[in-house]
Structure formats: C-alpha cells, structure tokens
Design a protein around this ligand. Structure first.
Ligand code: CU
Length: 116
C-alpha cells in the first residue's frame, strides 16, 4: 500500500481555480436600490479565511459606512456579511480584499447606488 501513495499524489487534480473571486453580491454589482441596505453580502468562488478579509464601503461623501469587520455567514464559508449604516442616497463604492482558505489573496472593487 505504501507504494500507492506517490501515484495518488501524481494523479490528484490540480487546483485550477483555487482563488476566491467575487461570484455575486447583494446589493449586486452596479445595482440601483431604492432602500438603503443594512448589510452587504459578498459571495465568493472559494472558501474564505474571514478574519483576514477586509471590506470597506465608501459613500458619496467619501465617508465609510461599514459598521464592523466582515462577518462569517454560518454554513457558507464562501460568504462575507458586512453590516452598514447608510443614511444618504448616492453611489457607494465597495473595496474588498479576500484571503481564501488556500492562502491566496485577491481583491476587487465595485459600486452600487442608493436612489433618492
Ligand atoms: Cu488560490
């Protein structure tokens, strides 16, 4: 049996897409929403090391409206929940840095708009 182990290693599938890219968001990328959302939900393509992920949400005046660090979503290791306190309409810019469970870092940015 010992001689089988190296063979299994050779034939193990390569981690082709083992980086955490943003798969979807709520509010979604580019969305125009009528009601200020109380939280941002980000869904990634890989499981995350949540304590090492950061998300900022900057409002039309440049002030950040996230009220806490990204929170884990129980049962969904590829999601981040970010509580927000939005009081004004306008464009909100989300900037995220993620660390996936395979220790690779990714980052990105998008915006959504709260209509008046
Ligand atoms: Cu990776």
């Amino acid at each position: 049996m010992k001689r089988l182990l190296p063979l299994l290693a050779v034939f193990a599938p390569a981690p082709a897409f083992a980086h955490a890219f943003l798969k979807s968001a709520e509010p979604s990328v580019g969305a125009v929403v009528a009601t200020p959302p109380a939280q941002l939900l980000l869904t990634y393509t890989e499981g995350l090391e949540v304590p090492f992920c950061t998300v900022t949400v900057a409002g039309p005046d440049g002030a950040q409206v996230q009220t806490a660090k990204p929170q884990p979503v129980p049962g969904h290791e590829n999601e981040l929940a970010v509580p927000m306190h939005i009081t004004a309409p306008g464009k909100y810019v989300v900037t995220w840095h993620a660390l996936s469970q395979d220790t690779h870092k990714t980052q990105g940015s998008f915006s959504f708009t709260v209509s008046p």
